[in-house]
Ligand binder design. Structure first.
Ligand SMILES: Nc1ncnc2c1ncn2[C@@H]1O[C@H](COP(=O)(O)OP(=O)(O)OP(=O)(O)O)[C@@H](O)[C@H]1O
Ligand SMILES: [Mg+2]
Length: 473
C-alpha cells in the first residue's frame, strides 16, 4: 500500500517546470528545510520519475511543453491519489487554474511568489496530508478491529454440537435473519448469554451500528434509569449537562439489557412504555426521543417465579420474550466439553505462541465435573492450566485440586444409599473423605489439620486410628 512508503520524517518533493530558474529558486528555498527534492523539465519526464518513487508533494507549472500541467495532474491523481499537487500559475490563467482545482490540485502559487509564501503553502499542504493519512490509518484500524470483532462473534466461535445447542443455533439463525424481533436469552451464569447476543448483532444487518450492553443488575434504579434514557441539563442536582442514554446511543444497532430480571418494578413500567411506543423521554425532558434499536435481553433468574411474586411485570415479560433462546447449563451438554476444551486450547496457543494438548485422562476428569460456573468456569480452568503448566500435554495432576478431588457432597452419597449402604456407613465414608482432604491440604501436619478442623489432636488421632487402613498419603 502506498502509505507504507511514506517517510514520516522527510518528505519527497518533485518540481516540474521547463524554466530552470524557477526550479532552482524553489529548490533553494525548500532544501534548507530538510526536504528531499527532485526536478523534472517536462510532463513525461515527471511521470517517469514518479513511476519509480513516491512523492508527497509535486509542484508543477500549469503550462508545460508536451504534456501540459492539467494532463499531468490527472495522471498523478489517477495513479497516486495521496500525492499532493500545487500548481504554478501565471497571471491571466485563472480559468485553467479553476479547472486544475476541480481535477484535484491542492493549491496554487503565482509565478512571482515570495519564498515565505512558497514555504507557507508547502508546509500547509504537507501538514494536511499528514492529517489525512492519519485519518485513513484510523479508518483502516477501525475496519480491522471491526472485522476482528465480527470474526470473534461468528457461529464458528460458539462451540456446540449437543442437540440443545443445535436448537440454540437454529433459533439464532432465524433471529439474525429477521433482524427486528425482540429476543430474551435465558441461562445460568456463564452459559454464553452475552456471546450469543453479540453473535446475533454482528451476524445481522445491524453489525455496523453500535452494540450497547447495559447490566441492569449493577446499578441502583435511579442511575440505571438515567443510564438507559439519558437526562437533560438540570434534571436533578448532579445533572450538570445533558447526557444521552443507552437507548439513544444504540441508535439503529442493538441494546442488550443484561440481567433484566433484576430491574426495579418502577423502571420496568418505563421500559414497557418505551417498547410499546418506540419512544421515550430523557429524564427532565419534554420532547419524545424515538428509538430504532433492536432489544435483546438476558436473564439468569426464574422470571416466571418473579411474575407470580409480583417482582416482574407479566406484560413486559411478553414484550421481551417474543423469541426465547434457552442456553443449557454445561452439565447438561457434557458431550461438548472436549470440543470446547480444544477450542480454548487452540485460541490460547495462537495468543501465547505455545502449543498445548490434553490427555484423555485429564479430559475424563473434566467431563466428570459438574461445572456450576458453566462454560466460563471451564474456560478459566483451561486458561489457568495453560499458564501454570510447563508441559505440552495436560495431565490429570495439572488440573486444579477442586476438580480432581470432588467435594464430598451428600448428593453423591445419597445415590449410594440405593446400593444398599446404611446411614452409618455413609457418614463414616463422608468423614473419612473429609479428613483425607484436610490432611492433604495441610500437608499431613496433624496439629495444623486438627486446629483448622476445630478438633483436638487426640480426637484427630483417634479418627486416624479408626481409619488407619484408609487414610494414606
Ligand atoms: N458455546 C460457547 N462456545 C465458546 N465459548 C463460549 C460458549 N459459551 C460461552 N462461551 C465463553 O464463556 C464465557 C462466558 O460467556 P458469557 O459471558 O457469554 O456468559 P453469560 O451467560 O453472559 O454469563 P453471566 O450470566 O455470568 O454474565 C465467555 O468467555 C464466552 O466467550
Ligand atoms: Mg453476561
Amino acid at each position: 500500500m502506498i502509505f507504507g512508503l511514506i517517510k514520516e520524517d522527510m518528505s519527497n518533493i518533485l518540481i516540474v517546470d521547463d524554466d530552470s530558474g524557477i526550479r532552482k529558486g524553489i529548490k533553494l528555498a525548500l532544501i534548507k528545510d530538510g526536504y528531499i527534492i527532485e526536478e523534472a523539465k517536462t510532463g513525461p519526464e515527471a511521470l517517469n520519475i514518479i513511476s519509480k518513487k513516491y512523492f508527497n508533494l509535486i509542484i508543477s507549472d500549469l503550462r508545460l511543453p508536451g504534456l501540459d500541467g492539467i494532463a499531468l495532474l490527472e495522471k498523478i491523481k489517477d495513479n497516486h491519489p495521496s500525492t499532493i499537487v500545487i500548481m504554478i500559475t501565471a497571471y491571466g490563467t485563472l480559468e485553467t487554474a479553476m479547472e486544475a482545482g476541480k481535477k484535484g490540485a491542492y493549491d496554487f502559487i503565482e509565478k512571482n511568489f515570495t519564498i515565505e509564501e512558497l514555504k507557507f503553502k508547502v508546509n500547509k499542504a504537507l501538514e494536511s496530508q499528514k492529517i489525512q493519512n492519519e485519518n485513513i490509518r484510523l479508518r483502516e484500524d477501525k475496519k480491522y478491529l471491526q472485522n476482528q470483532l465480527e470474526g470473534k462473534y461468528n457461529f464458528n466461535n460458539m462451540i456446540g454440537d449437543h442437540p440443545s445447542m443445535r436448537r440454540v443455533f437454529n433459533l439464532m439463525e432465524k433471529v439474525i435473519e429477521d433482524g427486528e424481533v425482540t429476543v430474551l436469552i435465558r441461562g445460568e451464569s456463564g452459559t454464553g448469554k452475552e456471546i450469543a447476543a453479540r453473535t446475533i448483532h454482528y451476524q445481522g444487518y445491524r453489525k455496523n451500528r453500535p452494540f450497547i450492553a447495559v447490566d441492569c443488575a449493577s446499578l441502583p434504579a435511579n442511575l440505571l434509569e438515567s443510564e438507559l434514557f439519558g437526562h437533560e441539563k438540570g434534571a436533578f442536582t448532579d445533572a450538570h449537562s445533558q447526557k444521552l442514554g443507552k437507548f439513544e446511543i444504540a441508535s439503529e444497532g442493538t441494546i442488550f439489557l443484561d440481567e433484566i430480571g433484576d430491574m426495579s418494578i418502577e423502571l420496568q413500567a418505563k421500559l414497557l412504555r418505551t417498547l410499546q411506543e418506540r419512544e421515550f423521554y430523557r429524564l427532565g425532558g419534554t420532547k419524545p426521543v424515538k428509538f430504532k434499536a433492536r432489544v435483546i435481553s438476558a436473564t439468569s433468574t426464574n422470571i416466571e417465579k418473579d411474575i407470580i411474586e409480583n417482582k416482574f411485570r407479566q406484560d413486559l415479560y411478553y414484550r421481551l420474550n417474543v423469541i426465547s433462546i434457552p442456553l443449557p447449563p454445561l452439565r447438561e451438554k457434557k458431550e461438548d466439553i472436549p470440543s470446547l476444551v480444544s477450542y480454548f486450547l487452540n485460541i490460547l496457543s495462537l495468543e501465547k505462541g505455545k502449543n498445548m494438548t490434553i490427555t484423555k485422562n485429564a479430559l475424563d476428569i473434566l467431563q466428570k465435573h459438574d461445572w456450576p460456573g458453566n462454560v466460563r468456569e471451564l474456560k478459566n480452568v483451561i486458561e489457568q492450566v495453560f499458564v501454570l503448566t510447563d508441559k505440552n500435554n495436560i495431565m490429570p495432576e495439572d488440573l486444579p485440586d477442586y476438580i480432581i478431588f470432588p467435594k464430598a457432597s451428600s448428593w453423591n452419597y445419597f445415590n449410594s444409599i440405593e446400593e444398599g449402604k446404611n446411614y452409618k456407613t455413609i457418614i463414616k465414608e463422608i468423614e473419612k473423605d473429609l479428613i483425607g482432604q484436610y490432611l492433604k491440604k495441610y500437608d499431613y501436619n496433624i496439629s495444623l489439620t486438627a486446629k483448622t478442623m476445630g478438633v483436638s489432636r487426640e480426637m484427630l488421632h483417634k479418627k486416624l486410628k479408626e481409619y488407619k487402613e484408609q487414610i494414606k498419603r
